[in-house]
Design a protein around this ligand. Structure first.
Ligand code: PAF
Length: 278
């Protein structure tokens, strides 16, 4: 496995790998967990070569967010990536990605202003911009992304389609801890009591799915039932919505592919999770 820090060096390798068949790419912000590594496993299985990137992207953090405290451990990440068969790790400097005179940003209309976009203004502009830059540098055939960041997944699919890029996103299932908590680098912020209470997100989703199975179709009723579970656990709800899986617009009547999306504060930690109704 080779660590590549410079953009020109990464581009050179990417050009070479193009001719060697399909190239798989796993973009990350590091501090890898089994969720990330499951994306790596799928890419390694499906492509002759896999590139993973590690870049804590300052452009997707708001002023009062956790950029400076975001967990980092390059050495551990590299060990994991090597063990799982990654060929190249792209680890650029922020000053190379966003030089002082940097001035081009990518915005996906409408989708980026909903849900997480409301409480994190500018977040998705930061995500789409960095992912487009990474795709331009690495030129992968396939990009592996987890469904935990469901809104991000939909926005990035729209960006790739709107901008006629050849990279295809391969959506991968959410990886959960044994007790149901969706894996996230931010779970490390939770203390023992918060870690227990954080289960309310997956429990609320499972309860809504059960209600749907029992015949409930009214989104308001499903959301109310989910909110009750979260309130009981002392979670602070940012939003809970039942949305169409492509437009991400709220629906009144839930169908099997309706996605319940939620963001909840457990203490000071903002967690997201989602699930289809069936
Ligand atoms: O999902 C993430 O970790 C990030 O948003 C991504 C896609 C690596 C862009 O920085």
């Amino acid at each position: 496995m080779q660590l590549i820090e410079s953009i020109p060096a990464m581009k050179e390798v990417s050009h070479r790998l193009q001719s060697a068949g399909s190239l798989g790419f796993v973009p990350t912000m590091g501090y890898l967990h089994e969720g990330h590594l499951s994306l790596v496993d799928t890419s390694v299985k499906e492509n002759p070569h896999t590139v993973a990137s590690i870049f804590v992207n300052p452009a997707q953090f708001g002023k009062n967010e956790d950029l400076s405290t975001y967990p980092r451990d390059l050495e551990r990440d590299l060990k994991h990536l090597q063990a799982r068969g990654v060929d190249y790790v792209f680890y650029p400097q922020a000053s190379d990605i966003y030089p002082e005179d940097y001035g081009t940003w990518v915005d996906v209309d409408k989708l980026g202003d909903l849900h997480c976009g409301k409480s994190r203004p500018g977040h998705f502009r930061g995500v789409t911009t960095i992912v487009l830059k990474l795709v331009n540098i690495i030129m992968p055939g396939f990009m592996y992304m987890g469904a935990k960041d469901f809104q991000q997944l939909v926005i990035l699919q729209k960006m790739l389609q709107d901008l006629n890029l050849d990279t295809q996103i391969v959506p991968c299932p959410i990886v959960r801890e044994d007790d149901g908590l969706a894996m996230s680098s931010r779970n490390t912020y939770l203390d023992k009591d918060e870690r227990k209470r954080a289960l309310c997100l997956s429990q609320a989703l499972a309860h809504s799915q059960q209600l749907f199975k029992d015949g409930v179709r009214d989104s308001r009723q499903l959301i109310k039932a989910a909110a009750e579970i979260i309130n009981k656990a002392g979670g602070q709800i940012d939003y809970i919505e039942c949305v169409h899986p492509q437009s991400l617009l709220p629906v009144e009547v839930a169908e099997a592919d309706t996605r319940m999306l939620m963001a909840v504060y457990i203490g000071r930690t903002r967690l997201i999770d989602n699930a289809p109704m069936a």
